[in-house]
Design a protein around this ligand. Structure first.
Ligand code: MLT
Length: 402
C-alpha cells in the first residue's frame, strides 16, 4: 500500500491546533489561571434573534409531514441563493447567476477542496503571511516541494509586511493559482480596487486563477474598498470567491458559507463552474435546511440590523486593541476593516517566544505571526472576537508586560 507521503510528512501541527495544544499544556500545569483568549478567530456573541427564530421555525417544519425536508438541492436552496445575490452582490452592481452560487459548510473546506479543479503540478502563489489552510492543503497534495528552513521549495511567496505597506507584489514567476484574502487574515489590512485590479490583470494575462477569500468582508466600513473581487472588471473571468457566515453572523459553530464559481471561468476547455458542481454533487452532502433558513434570515431587515450590532461590537474591540497598544508605543496594523490586529513584537522578539511570554506573564493567548508564514516572524496577531471587558483586560495585561 503506497500512502500519501506528502500528508505523512507534513511539518508540525495545524497552526491553531498547535496553539491549542500549548494552551492546554499550560492550563494543565496552572489550573487556577484564567486565560484571556485573543487567539483563534472564533466569535463569542450569540446568533442574532432573526437567525434563531428561523432555526426554530425550520425545526418545527421538519417535524411535520408537509414541512419535512430530506436531501436538499446539491448546491443549496434557492431561497438562500437568491438572498445572497440580492443582499451581497446586487447592491454593489455585481451580477451573479443562481447557478454560480454554491452553498457549503465553510470557506475553510471550500478553499481546501477547490484545488481538485487544478492539476497536481499547478504552481501556487500565496501572500506571506497567509491563512495556513491554502498552504497546508496544497502541501498535502504534493504541490509545494519540500519544507526546508521554514519554507516550501516550490511555493511562490508574495511577501507582505510593513516595508511594502502590506501590498503584495505580483508573482515574479508564472503562477497558476494565486490565493488572496481581503480583508486579510492575518494582517487585517485591505487592498484598494486598483491594487486588486493589478492581480486580476496578472491572472488574465497569465491564464491564472485567483482564489479570493472574502470571509471578513462584513468588517469593511469604507464604501470605496471592494467587498467582492467581482467589483473589479475582468474578475469573473479569472476568480473564484469564497464567503462565509462564520464571522459575518456568528456561524462558526452553526456552519454555512458560499462560494461563487462564475460560468465564464474556463481553462484549457475545462469549465470550472461545471467541474465544481460535479465535484460537490459527488462529495458534499449539503448544509441542513434549518441552517440555510437561519442564514437566509440574516438578509432580512431585522437580521441585517442585528448582525451589524455584533460586527460593530467587534469593531470596537479592535479599536480598543489598536489604540491601547499604540499608546504603549507598539506598531500595529489592520484592525480597522477587520477583526484582526497585527502587531510588531517588541525588540524583534521571535513570535513564538512572544506567544510564550504573553501566555505565561499576561495570561493572554494570541497567535504567533510565524505560524502564518516566514514573513510573519516578528509579528503577532490578536483577534477582536472576545468580550469588550476581556479585550480591555487583555490589552492592559499586554501593555503591563511590555
Ligand atoms: C483564524 O483564527 O484565522 C480563523 O478562525 C480561521 C478560520 O476561520 O478557520
Amino acid at each position: 500500500m503506497n500512502i500519501n507521503t506528502h500528508l505523512a510528512a507534513m511539518p508540525a501541527g495545524y497552526l491553531f491546533a498547535e496553539v491549542a495544544r500549548r494552551v492546554k499544556d499550560y492550563q494543565a500545569e496552572n489550573p487556577g489561571v484564567e486565560l484571556l483568549r485573543l487567539g483563534i478567530g472564533d466569535v463569542t456573541r450569540p446568533l442574532c434573534p432573526a437567525a434563531v427564530d428561523a432555526l426554530k421555525q425550520a425545526a418545527d417544519e421538519m417535524g411535520t409531514f408537509e414541512g419535512f425536508h430530506g436531501y436538499g438541492p446539491d448546491f443549496g436552496y434557492d431561497f438562500l441563493i437568491d438572498a445572497i445575490i440580492a443582499g451581497d452582490y446586487a447592491p454593489r452592481g455585481v451580477k451573479i447567476g443562481r447557478d454560480e452560487v454554491f452553498i457549503s459548510d465553510g470557506a475553510k473546506s471550500d478553499v481546501g477542496n477547490l484545488q481538485e479543479l487544478f492539476a497536481a503540478d499547478a504552481r501556487i502563489a500565496v501572500t506571506d503571511p497567509v491563512y495556513p489552510v491554502y498552504v497546508d492543503s496544497n502541501a498535502m497534495a504534493g504541490r509545494l516541494g519540500d519544507y526546508v528552513n521554514g519554507k516550501w521549495t516550490h511555493l511562490i511567496y508574495l511577501p507582505t509586511n510593513a516595508e511594502n505597506g502590506f501590498v503584495p507584489p505580483l508573482p515574479q514567476e508564472k503562477a497558476d493559482v494565486i490565493y488572496l484574502c481581503y480583508p486579510n487574515n492575518p494582517t487585517g489590512t485591505v487592498l484598494t480596487k486598483a491594487q486588486l485590479q493589478a492581480f486580476v490583470d496578472y491572472a488574465l494575462a497569465n491564464d491564472a486563477l485567483i482564489i479570493y477569500d472574502a470571509a471578513y468582508k462584513a468588517f469593511i466600513s469604507d464604501e470605496n474598498i471592494p467587498r467582492s473581487i467581482y467589483e473589479v472588471p475582468g474578475a469573473k473571468r479569472c476568480a473564484i470567491e469564497c464567503c462565509s457566515f462564520s464571522k459575518t453572523a456568528g456561524f462558526t459553530g452553526t456552519r454555512c458559507a458560499y462560494t461563487i464559481v462564475p460560468r465564464e471561468l474556463s481553462y484549457q476547455g475545462g469549465h470550472f463552474n461545471k467541474m465544481w458542481g460535479r465535484r460537490q454533487a459527488t462529495k458534499f452532502n449539503g448544509v441542513s435546511y434549518p441552517v440555510q433558513r437561519a442564514a437566509a434570515a440574516i438578509y432580512t431587515e431585522d437580521g441585517q440590523k442585528q448582525i451589524m450590532e455584533s460586527i460593530n461590537y467587534y469593531r470596537k474591540n479592535a479599536q480598543v486593541i489598536r489604540e491601547g497598544l499604540q499608546k504603549a508605543g507598539v506598531q500595529v496594523f489592520g484592525g480597522v476593516h477587520s477583526p484582526y490586529v497585527w502587531m510588531k513584537t517588541p525588540n524583534e522578539m521571535k513570535s513564538w517566544d512572544f506567544f510564550d511570554l504573553l501566555l505565561r506573564k499576561a495570561h493572554v493567548v494570541g497567535t504567533p505571526g510565524e505560524g502564518f508564514g516566514p514573513c510573519g516572524e516578528g509579528y503577532f496577531r490578536l483577534t477582536a472576537f472576545n468580550t469588550l471587558e476581556k479585550t480591555q483586560a487583555a490589552v492592559q495585561k499586554i501593555v503591563d508586560v511590555l
